[in-house]
Design a protein around this ligand. Structure first.
Ligand code: HEM
Length: 564
């Protein structure tokens, strides 16, 4: 007997309702199809004049789009992440495109114009962060935080506390910990006298992970993480590593579910998460108790050198300020305890780690820039090792990092949603490259997707856009010159009130790493065969990068040679 025959028959007294159910079901389907169709047609009319791409399901989300198969018109993922990134715009000769997705009732505009991006980032009366997108809501998994906070009061509340954490003490510590970690890497990987650095991307991500472990949580992280033996309690270092390595699963699945899943791998992730959060709460409470004890004793606390300490400190200060102002115990001031933890869990290291890997690749392929940086380091530091006091005097060491990031953008996708109807500027051009400036009416509720890699390779704004030229980020000859190229908006860290709050932290790490390495070593690509061309090496070292949550370098090695 088939399973269908085993399904019990509908009792006779209810059979008269079956036609009604068919009508109801048919009505719901017809409503769904027609409402999507009408919305599709109305969006088509809205975007008249712009190059349009069509899809049935939304398939633009980074992390997803590189993992699912490309199905034209249904799931056309390659339309969204094809490389070279500028080609998406070069072919239709417009730096504004529109994607219409049959199951989303809004137009999705894509811009590759850095000025349009600047307009969208900074005009807060017109555009806001679509905090409801899963990419942001999932970031709040361990507690509400600045990344997932909607624009307005909630974001300001987070920012007020977090901005106060990124002070001189933290930057100095970031430099010093980066310096210590580079030394650890050279020792542990037998590179002190030169040698082959294997899996550069794996190395740099490990370096920035160790730095954030120390500067973020105040924990010493060894080069090799010790594994807990059966029956032992899992320590912070291992729990932190487990959460870090499985971040996508950690964001997608609840901890209790991970702990119940039948494979050891998932259970370990779930247990790691539980322990990691326990440690974070214990550390935050410990810091608070220390500050309370100092207050009781009438002593002033020293400025913390780690981000968790700085966040708890900033929080306690906010509460004290409110207490003095209102004369009562402060409730709902600053951040809640789970928000302090939520913000700590989002402190980035992957972005900086990947930037360093691409910087090493670019420098290895263009040794003339290593020499330029070396000259800068020698002129500033002489025979001494670069230190934090030189941080503002090594602009080229930072510019090489920014230029590597311009050519291989790390975050890649930034979204805003239109709050009201407004005009969006864009450019088109003809076969001879004659540009026409235009404007398009964007309706409230439309999404604007800033295609950051394409913005940074836009040849109408960046001269010789595909060339590695760090000097384009420096204005003037002044060694302390601003690192923002005055002419073109640099969108890799976003802009406006939601720009990266950790930008300076990342920059200090980049300068520390690059100046430390280049002051003592030269870095060389390793050809796979005699006569391998530079183009082939570039393809292996840079173009092999794959899109994950961020742009992740492929597998490549370089050789370190000690300078005489
Ligand atoms: C090269 C390294 C980095 C790059 C390229 C980068 C890029 C970005 C970008 C593009 C955004 C905007 C995201 C959006 O609006 O969806 C952002 C936001 C943010 N970044 Fe970074 N980031 C870097 C390093 C860091 C570091 C080291 C930290 C912390 C220690 C950090 C903390 C944050 C935070 C908290 C936000 C949210 C800011 C807000 O919404 O107000 N980032 N970052």
């Amino acid at each position: 007997m088939s399973w269908l025959e085993q399904v019990p028959a509908i009792p006779e007294e209810y059979q008269k309702y079956i036609p009604h159910l068919w009508v109801l079901g048919g009505g719901v389907v017809a409503y769904y199809v027609l409402s999507n169709l009408f919305s599709y047609i109305s969006i088509l009319r809205q975007v008249r004049g712009l190059p349009v791409k069509h899809s049935f399901f939304p398939s633009y989300e980074q992390g997803l789009r590189a993992r699912v198969p490309h199905i034209p018109y249904i799931l056309p993922v390659k339309d969204y992440y094809s490389r070279p990134e500028w080609d998406r715009f070069e072919t239709p000769k417009s730096d504004l495109l529109v994607y219409i997705c049959a199951t989303q009732h809004r137009a999705i505009y894509w811009t590759a114009n850095p000025y349009t991006a600047q307009h969208v980032f900074t005009k807060t009366a017109l555009f806001e962060k679509p905090w409801w997108m899963p990419r942001y809501t999932s970031a709040a998994k361990f507690g509400g935080n600045i990344i997932s906070a909607p624009d307005g009061e909630d974001h300001k509340r987070h920012k007020a506390v977090i901005r106060g954490c990124f002070g001189e003490e933290i930057f100095r510590n970031a430099w010093e910990e980066m310096d210590n970690t580079v030394e650890m890497m050279l020792r542990e990987e037998n590179l002190v006298d030169g040698g082959v650095m294997e899996d550069v991307g794996g190395m740099t991500i490990k370096v920035t992970y160790i730095v954030i472990g120390k500067v973020g949580f105040g924990h010493e992280i060894p080069w090799i993480t010790p594994r807990t033996e059966r029956g032992e309690e899992m320590g912070f270092v291992e729990a932190y590593e487990i959460v870090d390595r499985s971040v996508l699963y950690q964001f997608m699945l609840p901890g209790w579910l991970l702990r119940m899943l039948p494979t050891k791998k998932f259970r370990r992730m779930g247990y790691g998460q539980k322990k990691f959060l326990e440690y974070c709460y214990a550390m935050a409470r410990g810091r608070r108790a220390e500050l309370g004890a100092l207050r009781e004793a009438g002593e002033k606390a020293k400025p913390p050198t780690d981000l968790l300490g700085a966040m708890v400190h900033a929080q306690v200060l906010a509460e004290e300020e409110a207490r003095v102002k209102n004369g009562t115990e402060a409730i709902n001031v600053g951040l809640k305890e789970n928000e302090v933890i939520g913000n700590m869990c989002d402190a980035g290291h992957e972005t900086t780690g990947h930037t360093l890997a691409f910087t090493i690749a670019q420098l290895a392929l263009q040794p003339e820039w290593q020499d330029e940086c070396y000259k800068e380091i020698k002129a500033v530091c002489g025979d001494e090792k670069p230190s934090y006091r030189d941080v503002h005097r090594l602009p080229l060491c930072l510019a090489v990092g920014l230029e590597a990031m311009r050519l291989t953008d790390i975050v890649r996708q930034l979204f805003k949603v239109a709050k009201v109807d407004s005009m969006l500027p864009y450019n088109t051009w003809d076969d001879k490259g004659n540009v026409t400036k235009r404007e398009h009416l964007v309706k409230a509720g439309s999404l604007v997707y800033i295609d950051t890699p394409a913005c940074q390779l836009n040849p109408f704004h960046w001269e010789n856009a595909n060339d590695f030229n760090p000097r384009r980020h420096l204005s003037g000859d002044d060694a302390r010159a601003s690192l923002n190229n005055a002419d073109v908006p640099f969108v890799a860290f976003s802009m406006g009130p939601r720009q990266c709050i950790g930008r300076r932290f990342a920059e200090v790490e980049l300068i520390s790493f690059i100046s430390n390495v280049l002051s003592r070593y030269t870095v060389h690509p390793i050809p796979t065969h005699e006569g391998e061309t530079k183009e082939s090496m570039r393809a292996r070292m840079i173009d092999s990068a794959v899109e994950d949550l961020t742009m992740t370098p492929g597998l490549f090695n370089v050789r370190f040679e000690r300078r005489k």
